[in-house]
Design a protein around this ligand. Sequence first.
Ligand code: OSB
Ligand code: MG
Length: 375
Amino acid sequence: MAINIEYVILRHLQMELKAPFTTSFGTFQTKEFILVEAVDCDGVSGWGESVAFSAPWYSEETVKTNWHMLEEFLVPLLFSKPLRHPAELPERFAAIRQNNMAKAALEGAVWDLYAKRLGVPLCQALGGTKKEIEVGVSIGIQPTVDDLLQVIERYVAQGYRRIKVKIKPGWDVDVIRDVRRAFPDVPLMADANSAYTFADAKRLQALDEFGLMMIEQPLAADDLVDHARLQPLLQTPICLDESIRSYDDARKALDLGSCRIINIKIGRVGGLWEAKRIHDLCAERGVSVWCGGMLEAGVGRAHNIAITTLENFALPGDTAASSHYWERDIITPEVEVQGGLIRVPNAPGIGYEVDRRQVERYTQFAKVFHRTATA
Ligand code: OSB
Ligand code: MG
């Protein structure tokens, strides 16, 4: 089945988060992002969402660099020759170094379109089997520990399957101790977003007594070696996020013993196909994975749900309900979490309707790229 994409629309959207989200590297209040719509010769649309942020805090990509990569390189590559299957895209895009979030946004739109043409849900096109997925929630750094305990209380009451707390030097051991005291049994983990160095090993060891499921990305994004030195010093499993940008990164991290768990983010690894390859590798090695989050709007969230239906996404991910982030999401229905579970939609493609009225409301500018204009 050939995929005949006639044009691609890039839209720049801006949405306000319900509450500011603070990590060790900064605070998010407004989310700007690129929404990709790929339209085929019959007028069927596939949707993708770039997870790059406004500023290069989490990774070097930004909304603007993504737009540049899509406009100048990736959309022209998509149009450069016929496409039979979305799995051809990673090789085609390999001509461009890195810029994984830009690649993933376009690849995601093509996957949605492909699944819609086949008449199957995206999860099924990817080989996923789960009918519902278990999810947790990621809670940002709060003004006070009391605030944090109140926020956790709310999400525990809603049934989320695990709580992730952001940590940084000065907001770590004492905070986690208080959380543990208040919630002795809750499945709990901590995410440092690279706020520590190997010199902090003792501080990180002090977290061992709280029975955390894992500690996410304690050290630098580009440092598999120090993570491999740190892991044997900790009882708590290390989970890598920022450090894993490809299948090869995952293989090296597992070979070196840099982590025992991997957080897979579709954008960070360059798309659904690479995400699936990392998932499969981890399954072979007996290593559990889970799906991370990037404060996505509905389209990105739907892609996360689809990939999480693969068997070895064995741990609850960061895919919280739409209402956790937004007053009004860009899909209908919105993503709902009940008892810590999301029911996987079974409509073709991403399985949610994109709400064009809402998309219009949030769009600041847009640009259309036709096949003939760039081929
Ligand atoms: O490290 O997982 C992270 C949000 C922004 C940037 C990085 C991260 C996060 C989260 C929130 O933890 C995940 C979500 O709720 O989407
Ligand atoms: Mg993380």
